[in-house]
Design a binder for this molecule. Structure first.
Ligand code: DQA
Length: 159
């Protein structure tokens, strides 16, 4: 039997209506940061594209980036008091280190998808371990900015 604490509290069977997109540390540098790994698309471009797709689908979307673990945790906690019903998160380096951010996602019990621009399994061995993947509805890794679009498409129909 699936543990109840892993089961999302909110029913998204009709699809998400309000999605929170979270970006972890150093993703504010996208566009210039190691373009051979992360590409040339900026974070603003990714967020604008997601906002446009959400608007076309008639749903709300909020984006938040921080280099600070505490700010990301606080943002996840605030989601409880909002109408947010789905999270798309690229925890960046916190993927491999942050039990605290994982615990925040478990605490709010919102369904989420973990996204990585690069293929974390094709890089250094320490990137293969994620504190988020077993809680996530799914993981998209290695598809660049397209990964966020696919996560959004899934959230729109998630059941
Ligand atoms: C990343 C992969 C992480 O290992 C890395 O620390 C990042 C970005 C990605 O999107 O590919 O900052 O999450």
């Amino acid at each position: 039997m699936v543990e109840s604490h892993l089961r999302p509290m909110k029913d998204t069977s009709a699809g998400a209506k309000y999605i929170l997109v979270l970006h972890g540390p150093n993703l504010n540098l996208l566009g210039t940061r190691e373009p051979q790994v992360y590409g040339s698309v900026t974070l603003d471009e990714i967020n604008r594209n997601l906002s446009n797709l959400a608007a076309s689908a008639g749903i709300k979307l909020a984006s938040f980036q921080s280099n600070a673990e505490a700010e990301l945790i606080d943002r996840v906690q605030r989601a409880i008091n909002e109408e947010i019903d789905f999270i798309i998160i690229n925890p960046a380096a916190y993927t491999h280190t942050s039990i605290a951010l994982r615990d925040a996602l478990a605490a709010v019990r919102l369904p989420f998808i973990e996204v990585h621009l690069s293929n974390i399994f094709a890089r250094e061995p320490f990137r293969r371990d994620s504190y988020f993947s077993d809680l996530a509805q799914g993981v998209i890794s290695g598809l660049g900015p397209k990964g966020y679009e696919l996560a959004l498409q899934y959230a729109l129909t998630a059941g």
